[in-house]
Design a protein around this ligand. Structure first.
Ligand code: NAD
Length: 256
């Protein structure tokens, strides 16, 4: 499959899953706009090695006005956003009664509201061009709960609801909207949870094994590259009747 001539915008793509997906899309020929924080120059240089046009916009996706600025940049520099991957996300672990209100608001803004804003801004251009793919990186936590993750689980369930509505509203077009629901992927977001376990007195290797054993029957992490391949499938002609789906890739987590 080639995505030559298409432009993909991947939010939260300077590390982890988003970066893996960005590499998959660029390797398939797409121009790619990165978004997120950190050492952008190094990441851009790596991505440019695929030979397609790459760019970066530093929007903080908790701010709707910055998402609007990112789409203005995309239109000016790339002409369109044909593939939108809503991936940016953060985590905070605490019991509901101890959950900091500011963390709740941040998780809702970054993990859920940004998906709404980017989607509403992407759709007019996709309708104009008669083709589009919106892929929301939700989580198994969009389908089941876990203790300590009230805001994350609520936001991810919301993403799956939004995915269904957009999937229906675009059903008679060549635009599709789907969610991908990863299990554990070893990224900075999950490493922090492993470090927090290790801080309670087990070694890092044990903390990693315990984390997997609690939820993921394969006892192996899903990789950003594997998720990138699923994104490519959803972008392909073969994926064109997958609509409004929540597709898990989770080492068996949800089969239990
Ligand atoms: P990560 O921490 O490695 O990467 C997060 C990315 O989002 C980074 O590029 C960061 O700069 C960016 N980001 C954070 N806040 C932002 C903001 N306000 N505006 C713009 N960018 C911002 O995390 P990850 O594990 O790769 O997670 C990516 C997505 O996958 C998230 O939505 C997460 O919920 C989801 N997910 C992760 C796992 C996992 O096990 N790692 C499992 C299921 C779902």
């Amino acid at each position: 499959m080639t995505l030559k001539g298409k432009t993909a915008l991947v939010t939260g793509s300077t590390s982890g899953i988003g970066l893996g997906i960005a590499h998959g899309l660029a390797a398939a020929g797409a121009n790619v706009i990165l978004n997120g924080f950190g050492d952008v120059q190094a990441v851009l240089a790596e991505l440019a090695a695929h030979g397609t046009k790459v760019g970066h916009h530093p929007a903080d996706v908790s701010q709707p006005a910055q998402i609007e600025a990112m789409f203005a940049y995309a239109r000016a520099e790339f002409g369109a956003v044909d593939i939108l991957v809503n991936n940016a996300g953060i985590q905070h672990v605490a019991a509901v009664e101890d959950f900091p209100v500011e963390r709740w608001d941040a998780i809702m803004a970054i993990n859920l509201s940004s998906v709404f804003h980017a989607t509403r801004l992407a759709l007019p251009g996709m309708r104009e061009h008669g083709w589009g793919r919106i892929i929301n990186i939700a989580s198994v936590h969009g389908l089941v709960g876990s203790t300590g993750k009230a805001a994350y689980v609520a936001a991810k369930h919301g993403v799956i609801g939004l995915t269904k509505v957009v999937g229906l509203e675009t059903a008679k077009s060549q635009i599709t909207c789907n969610a991908i629901c990863p299990g554990w992927v070893l990224t900075p977001l999950v490493q922090k949870q492993i470090d927090d376990r290790a801080a309670k007195g087990v070694d890092l290797q044990q903390a990693r094994e315990d984390l997997l054993a609690e939820k993921q029957p394969s006892l192996e992490f899903v990789t950003p590259e594997q998720l990138g391949e699923l994104v490519l499938f959803l972008c392909s002609e073969a994926g064109s009747q997958v609509r409004g789906a929540a597709w898990n890739m989770d080492g068996g987590w949800l089969a239990q």
